[in-house]
Design a protein around this ligand. Structure first.
Ligand code: FES
Ligand SMILES: [Fe+2]
Length: 387
């Protein structure tokens, strides 16, 4: 983040601290519980926000070299992402053109070719069919016409995006709206992938996103984990198109009052959260990045698949470094897996219980209001009610 931006945001934080205030929405807002329980609503979200939008599938540093690849199966089709010999990232349907088997599993490095595990047809890293095994007895097939089916893929600021549908153009401008300047400073593409954790929860995908968007719960739900590090109920929220940036200051930020502005380092004294609408949350921490990604699972209103990718500045060489990052990741996982997401599962069960027709978002939860409104807008649903 540019230093000027850090200073501007820090001044807003210090002003809030002085006045015991936070960024606010204009009104309290009400959301119908069907936003989280209606299969029809989920179907529209899936169509418009997942299948119909470019999807983030990892940082470029997951596949830094030719032949590096990863796969994804959360978007209704099996997807393979690979870096070609020419250095370009491409995406394909992970489907062999012979009889449809998967040609790659998981992720890996330095593949010269993707050899189908069924009958060994072989594709190069640009998706071209290069070998038909036992060609003489199989018979003639036009190899040039039977490469892996390509999906549009692109990288920007070290993030890889893919269109889940073939023959779809990829316009990343709205995806990165308002984020280019900040993201250019984070050097995402040259970080190192430490670990990815995939979990599955019984809640609507939006409830998983909601957990990242307000600090109102910090001193209550997180009193024994991250709560003591951060100011409760204090956030700075800026929205850009469908995206948002939210800053949660650490308590030590009060030291800025005794320092010249030139020494203010907001990245060190806060957790900076970006929502890349709709399903990616990037958390900028002092010395590492966490990227959360959620998908509705099994077409169900109350199932979500959550990925946490943990990226670090240098490869974790040596026992001390491994231990350091293990502890770091453990704290994150403990906070979210024993506090936020169990609370989210409770919420989902509560909403399905019929106890109430609406949930209420406070003025001090502006990012939450923005996110839910933006989803509603994108799927043509009625917006939040103000009374
Ligand atoms: S299905 Fe891939 S080689 Fe037969
Ligand atoms: Fe939380």
């Amino acid at each position: 983040m540019l230093h000027d931006t850090q200073v501007t945001l820090s001044k807003r934080i210090l002003a809030h601290l002085g006045a015991d205030t936070t960024d606010l929405s204009r009104d309290v807002a009400y959301n119908d519980v069907t936003a989280f329980t209606s299969p029809e609503r989920l179907a529209r979200e899936w169509e418009n926000l997942f299948l119909g939008k470019p999807q983030y599938l990892g940082l470029s540093c997951r596949v830094p070299d030719p032949g590096d690849y990863l796969t994804n199966d959360d978007l209704g089709v099996p997807i393979l992402v690979a870096r070609g010999k020419d250095g370009r990232v491409r995406a394909f349907l992970n489907v062999c053109r012979h009889r449809g088997a998967r040609v790659a599993e998981g992720c890996g490095k330095g593949k010269r070719a993707f050899v189908c595990p069924y009958h060994a047809w072989s594709y190069d890293t640009a998706g071209r069919l290069v070998v038909i095994s036992e060609q003489a007895s199989f018979g003639h097939v036009d190899k040039a016409a039977h490469g892996l089916r390509e999906l549009t893929a692109a990288e920007r600021h070290g993030l890889i995006f893919v269109a889940p549908r073939p023959d779809t153009a990829l316009n990343l401008d709205p995806v990165f709206e308002g984020l280019d300047e900040d993201f250019a400073s984070y050097n995402f593409g040259n970080f190192h992938h430490y670990a990815t954790r995939k979990t599955h929860w019984k809640m609507n995908w939006k409830i998983a996103i909601d957990t990242f968007l307000e600090p109102y719960h910090f001193s209550v739900l997180h009193k024994n984990t991250v709560g003591p590090l951060l100011f409760p109920n204090l956030c700075i929220v800026d929205t850009f198109g469908q995206n948002l940036r939210e800053v949660f200051p650490r308590r030590a930020i009060v030291d800025f009052r005794n320092k010249p502005e030139s020494e203010w380092n907001l990245v060190e004294q806060s957790a900076i959260v970006y929502l890349m609408f709709p399903n990616v949350v990037i958390v900028i921490q002092i010395d590492h990045y966490e990227i959360w990604r959620v998908y509705p699972a099994n077409g169900s209103v109350d199932e979500v698949t959550v990925y946490l990718e943990f990226y670090i500045p240098e490869p974790a060489g040596g026992e001390m470094a491994v231990e350091h990052w293990r502890k770091n990741m453990d704290l994150v996982m403990r906070t979210v897996e024993t506090e936020d997401f169990p609370a989210g599962e409770g919420i989902q069960a509560g909403l399905l219980s019929g106890a109430q027709n609406r949930v209420i978002y406070g003025r001090n939860e502006p990012a939450l209001q923005f996110f839910e409104k933006t989803v509603m807008n994108a799927v043509g649903a009625a917006s939040l009610a103000s009374e």
